[in-house]
Design a protein around this ligand. Sequence first.
Ligand code: MLT
Length: 215
Amino acid sequence: MTAASGSSVSAWPHLFTEGAAGSPVLISLHGTGGTEHDGVALARELDPTAGIIAPRGRVSEQGMNRWFRRLAEGVFDVDDVEAQSDEFAVFLRAAVAEYALEGRMLVVVGFSNGANMALATAIRHPDLVGHAMAFSGMYPFGDRDLSGSLDALRVLLLNGRQDPMAPYASVARLAQSLAAAGADVERFEWDGGHGITRDELSSAREWLAGVAATR
Ligand code: MLT
């Protein structure tokens, strides 16, 4: 596991591990108050052989790391969502070059606030990141609709139906909007709230193996 060097790639604090030759690269994003080490732990649960880019959110909310600002719980500063995800894409392009990851399958994965950032990044930059896995994520763009084609995007949404932080209506809107834009969307739902369950992890592993095999 190495920390970054170089100019644009060091603009975002992160940990990197190369993984097995030809394995997917999991770009793994922690939830509010987490760190890059949480991202590494989640990625290792999903595929212990994968490459990992585990960054740390650069926004601080009362000392807690986040990926973008929010006005209240579940009410996002959508300008900041867009700006942060665009800057994150610049960092990712630099990381792909720095670590020679061209040709590897890039999968952005996150939990909670990290899931929302993962979704925003994949939706705005599907040419860069064609696969997204969102644990306890929701629609990240407030009242703004999606625009453009997402034909190249494959998404797995994993949600508890009673999650107060990722309300079911927002998740349904997310899934419908993605599908309407042409994305391939799979969902795993469970009766529960905000968190990551064993069943979700095993569905995520299956999905990952499936997309890697049919890529
Ligand atoms: C967010 O702010 O992205 C969601 O409300 C989840 C969280 O609390 O981090």
